[in-house]
Design a protein. Sequence first.
Length: 386
Amino acid sequence: MPDVRGAFADAARAREQDLAQRLETAVEVDRAFADALRGACRKAAWGRRRLDAIEVEISDVVARQGILGLDTPAGARQFQAFLATKTRQIHRVVDEVSADSTSRTGILRALRYPMGDGLPLAPPIDTLGGERRWTDADLYPHDPTAADVKQDSVGDCYLDATMGAIANANPQWIKDRIHFDSQTGAFDVTLWDGHEWKHLDVTQADIDTDIRHNGASWLDNGRPDAALWPAVLESAYAKLKYPGRDLSDALGNDVGIGQGGYAKDAMEALTGNRGTVINPESVWFTNQHIDQAISGALANHQPVTISTTPQGAPLTQSHVYVVEGINGTGSDAMVTLRNPWETNAGTPIDTPDALVTVRLGDLIGSGLPGPLGTHPMSGVNIGSLG
């Protein structure tokens, strides 16, 4: 048809182009519809996990009411305050899931399939920036820091906190992990697979998938100029741990990296070694000094994270934080931590700030290892960058 000329041929070509555009738009509508439903499911699952976690915290306190002295006037007042805090947390979780559902409902209502009405078509729907071509210029608006990382729907705090800790300790280490190929448009990421450094390709489509899954960057939080590197590293880590799987599954909370994991494993993938792991339960009968280990590591520009137990409080249970600073010595040392959620709303501390400062002794806890003791912190992971 390109060699045929005349009004009829021009009209036929115009109709062909119009049909192609309508089909393209229909595909984008289908994709946006599926993304909205998947996002709603992920958010609902997140809400269920948060509510289950709150239930565990309440049940744990009730089970230990005799030990905690809840039958005393002071204990009863503390228990009432505890329940009031948990009630606020429950309301926040329900409100957040409800707001997400309302937002996605609005997206679905706005979707329209193209019909043959002869009117000009709007550009293909692309609510999540899928047509944007990512380059090395998007990786680092500034030197990488932990504040570039924003954990949302993927349950990989162990990875996100570790990425943030490394970025704080040595931004160049993050930069050295990622290289952009302008010819293919892919990002070459180098990670340690347990035996050797492995090169993993992160494509344009992979990045869009990570953003649609509300991954580790701020790009899915209304900040189009945010740093890209967290999304690239998270995608590469998912590919490393689940080779051959579709990235959507590899990022998933059911079968992928979102199931949870250990900071030491993420540290190994990013640095080539697991670093040093300190078990706070054992420090009372060893010569380890956690305060000195943390302060020395930060002074030497080493990445440091802490992980919490199912007891959690005063922090979120079964979570990983970036250690950003420590002041003082011994049990009274005050530790500054960054939550990879970039907020602590709905946690036992309950503040919208990303940073919290907690007494080290309260994190270490007390008593013997196991159920006879109280140990909110399960481990300190200190990395080595060579």
